[in-house]
Design a protein around this ligand. Structure first.
Ligand SMILES: Nc1nc2c(ncn2[C@@H]2O[C@H](COP(=O)(O)OP(=O)(O)O)[C@@H](O)[C@H]2O)c(=O)[nH]1
Ligand SMILES: [Mg+2]
Ligand SMILES: [Zn+2]
Length: 321
């Protein structure tokens, strides 16, 4: 009698990466099990040198090993991703997260103050990656004075006017949290913003099942203490995912030409065809529609200054972190 060796094919499972801990990845399988996985083979991201082959939000296929852990062998094409430039000279980028439906930029106008330069760079990056952004102004409880609130509203008005949805919230007073729950339900949402703006506090309030570590702001320098180091995707108990990011110093732009930059400022994109020269960089060219719009107040001076800063290749100075 002939015996054949029967190899039982291991079943292929699908899941999404919740967290990376260096060589291990925490994956949520379609069966809603949280598993540890490692990778097999080389994975490269086209066009950029990255320090991490797999990122939070990646959709993967894996096989289960006998010890109950998985081996990832396929990463699905990414719908989008967002990167952070490396701080050293290796020119490598770190992919922060992939496959987002939207991003929330959490902004505070005090404790710590988020600069327009930072906001505008974030918006530019998100535009370039086609990620819709809502701007969440947190800590509005700090502005109980009518005069001060008027300044806050003027600031917000700049972004509303150019088409960004803006929300005023207070994580500590539970103001505006319900709308954030509605917006995030059944979506994958990247939460970004400097350390100390209240990202973790907000996420904890949106879903009481979550218990993220909340840092402290040191009174001495209004400094946001760095308590989160890696991006992590949290499962919302009411449906959807939240990606909490470390305090991002600056998002990296991949391969953006100077001529393209005004395309990612939505209010500039709308009128740039009215410039006299079709290769106008809107710096000091004659009959530039964008400079004219800044002069009559149709484009905010702060936005144009951010544009100039980016065109001049200025590194954004962030005084906290
Ligand atoms: N006044 C005020 N403080 C807040 C609010 N949200 C968060 N904080 C405080 O800001 C600090 C930083 O919060 P955290 O959630 O750790 O910020 P993260 O670094 O962005 O995650 C903590 O001391 C929070 O209690 C808010 O709406 N109002
Ligand atoms: Mg945090
Ligand atoms: Zn122009």
């Amino acid at each position: 009698m002939l015996y054949k060796t029967i190899v039982i094919g291991k079943s292929i499972l699908k899941g999404v990466v919740l967290k990376s801990t260096g060589s291990w990845y925490i994956v949520l399988s379609e069966e809603e099990k949280v598993l540890e996985c490692r990778i097999k083979g080389l994975f490269r991201t086209k066009g950029i040198k990255t320090t991490n082959p797999i990122t939070v939000g990646d959709k993967v296929e894996f096989e289960l090993e006998d010890d109950g852990r998985g081996v990832i062998h396929v990463i699905a094409d990414r719908k989008n991703y967002i990167i952070r430039k490396s701080i050293n000279l290796s020119k490598q980028s770190h992919i922060i997260a992939a496959n987002m439906d939207q991003a929330f930029l959490i902004v505070t106008l005090a404790m710590p103050r988020t600069s327009t330069g930072f906001i505008d760079r974030f918006l530019l990056t998100a535009e370039a990656y086609h990620i819709p952004v809502s701007i969440i102004f947190n800590k509005i409880d700090l502005f109980d004075d009518v005069e001060v609130m008027k300044k806050v509203d003027d600031f917000i008005g700049v972004y509303q006017q150019i088409g960004y949805n803006c929300y005023k919230v207070s994580a500590t007073q539970n103001t505006g949290i319900d709308i954030l729950k509605q917006l995030t339900k059944d979506k994958t949402t990247l939460i970004s913003g400097h350390s100390g703006v209240g990202k973790s506090t907000l996420i904890n309030n949106m879903d009481s099942k979550l218990d993220l570590r909340v840092g402290q702001i040191s009174d001495a320098h209004n400094k946001g203490k760095h308590t989160t180091t890696f991006a992590e995707m949290h499962i919302l108990s009411y449906g959807g995912f939240i990606i909490d990011t470390p305090g991002i110093k600056e998002l990296g732009l991949v391969d953006m030409q100077k001529e393209e930059i005004s395309d990612y400022f939505s209010e500039m994109r709308a009128i740039r065809n009215n410039c006299k020269f079709n290769n106008c960089l809107h710096l000091n060219e004659p009959k530039c529609a964008i400079i004219a719009a800044v002069e009559v107040g149709e484009i905010a001076v702060s936005r144009y200054n951010s544009y100039l800063g980016i065109m001049n290749g200025e590194e954004l100075e962030i005084t906290y972190e």
